[in-house]
Design a protein around this ligand. Structure first.
Ligand code: SF4
Length: 480
């Protein structure tokens, strides 16, 4: 294997588990290894749920292996080596050290092959093992063990995968980049990413630096390459961009044409002043509006999401006008889908000029996926929903086409919760779409009927607030 910058006795060791942070952000993996402060423990309930499910999955794999093979738990690198020397069938929580190359790995399992060699194996909740981080992690286990045997992945949905030499390139890249990164005494320069950074344990640390620098990628729509292009054109901060005539900005990646450049300049001004800029007339379709939002559970272990709640807000748009189709678990998936289609037919009959308003394309894509899942692409209701005369209306479109807002993300909650914009607050301030997934998973496993009902009431309340929010957004947009 190519190792790039050589390992020295003082370099930090590289752990295969670093692959997750490495894939996400170079600074994150540097801070994990060389930062002199602790990452903030996650407060994200969804992340905690994923960790819990991951541990439960690992335990299930351990139980399965224990039924057929003799499993020994390793307590140290030396103990792992002793167990390997003894040739035990399975070593659980193995600890591998390669001091020469500076690697330190903790595969969930080492499984003895008939050749006498050991295969590293990890339990992964993921349904596929072609993800970069899994390939690099398992590839490095193979490298530490010096084996040509494939590594094994026990995936979600009870399938098993193998990782062989095809992962060598990514493993080499991982090791080479890690060596270079960890050899540096200073944090790598990176760009802000609204989706990644907000979920990162180093958010508070990095945000301050980005803000002090007036880093361009703090602006919505200015991704990494656009920021590099702007800097090359001499525009290095948000203030400089705000004071630039958009017509003078050269074409750069992701920022071509006057409209995009003008939006970038207005976004910079909006960031600094909190002002709203209108770039075009806000156009909303006429008709009988029904607001629509779904809640789905991606953690089904089967690859198919389960929509447990199809929610609607109908005229007169009060709390009591919330209607829904609910299913208790994945076994009722089709029942929920058919219930949704029946609900649409009812609205179609009731409101001759029906507009089904939702925010973002998620609802449309989900309908398309469900139609495919149940072979119903030619169903008349599906054709009505997805055809040329579709009643579906994505409210994000007029927002993005006509307005520049003082926001870093244009999600429904970003716009609705902002006190100078829609200013609609969800009854449960801590709720969010992932919050709903967490509550639904609790609902699935709750055995106390009273608590179960209470969880369902909370989830319904959250979804009702979602559709009330899109109604408030509609009213707010109409005021333009
Ligand atoms: S907050 Fe963002 S930039 Fe900082 S380490 Fe995390 S992902 Fe990287």
């Amino acid at each position: 294997m190519e190792n790039g910058t050589p390992h020295t006795p003082t370099s930090p060791t590289i752990k295969p588990s670093d692959a997750r942070s490495w894939v996400s952000c170079a600074r994150r993996v540097w801070l994990d290894n060389r930062g002199d402060f602790e990452a903030e423990p996650t407060k994200d309930e969804f992340e905690k749920l994923v960790i819990e499910l991951g541990l439960a999955h690992e335990k299930a794999v351990l139980d399965r292996l224990s039924q057929e093979l003799e499993v020994h738990t390793a307590t140290s690198p030396e103990h792992t080596q002793r167990l390997m020397d003894e040739g035990v069938e399975v070593i659980y929580q193995a600890k591998l050290i390669d001091s020469e190359n500076g690697f330190e790995g903790y595969p969930d399992f080492l499984i003895r092959h008939e050749s006498g060699e050991y295969q590293p194996a990890d339990a992964k909740l993921s349904l596929t093992d072609d993800k970069k981080e899994i390939q690099a992690q398992l590839g490095l286990y193979r490298c530490i063990l010096g084996t040509k045997l494939p590594a094994i992945t026990f995936l979600g949905g009870r399938s098993t995968g193998e990782i062989s030499d095809e992962a060598n390139t990514i493993t080499n890249q991982f090791v080479t980049e890690m060596r270079e990164l960890l050899a540096s005494d200073s944090e790598p320069l990176v760009r802000y990413s609204h989706s990644k950074c907000r979920a990162c344990p180093y958010y508070s640390h990095c945000k301050t630096t980005f803000e002090e620098k007036e880093e361009l990628s703090l602006l919505y729509g200015i991704w990494g390459r656009a920021a590099i292009g702007l800097e090359a054109a001499g525009i290095e901060t948000i203030s400089e961009l705000a004071n630039t005539d958009p017509a003078t900005i050269p074409d750069i990646p992701y920022l071509k044409g006057f409209e995009k450049k003008n939006r970038a300049v207005l976004q910079a001004r909006s960031y600094l002043t909190g002002e709203i800029h209108q770039t075009a007339t806000v156009t909303l379709p006429d008709g009988h509006w029904v607001h629509f939002d779904i809640e789905d559970n991606p953690l089904t272990g089967s690859g198919d999401k389960h929509v447990y709640l199809w929610g609607f807000l109908v005229p007169e748009y009060q709390n009591s006008d919330f209607e829904y189709v609910w299913t208790d678990d994945k076994s009722e998936d089709k029942k929920g889908w058919l219930g949704f289609l029946a609900q649409i037919e009812q609205y179609r009959e009731q409101y001759p000029n029906l507009i089904i308003a939702h925010y973002s394309q998620h609802e449309r894509y989900t309908i398309r996926d469900y139609a495919k899942r149940y072979g119903m692409e030619e169903n008349t209701t599906v054709e009505y929903l997805l055809g040329d005369e579709s009643p579906l209306f994505d409210m994000r479109k007029p927002v993005l086409e006509s307005l520049v807002l003082p926001l870093q993300g244009y999600g429904l909650k970003d716009i609705c919760k902002h006190k100078d914009l829609v200013n609609f607050q969800w009854q449960d301030a801590s709720s969010g779409s992932q919050w709903s997934v967490v509550q639904f998973n609790r609902y699935l496993y709750e055995t106390d009927p009273t608590l179960k009902q209470s969880l369902k009431t909370d989830i319904l309340g959250y979804n009702r607030d979602d559709v009330i929010a899109t109604r408030r957004l509609e009213e707010w947009l109409r005021a333009f």
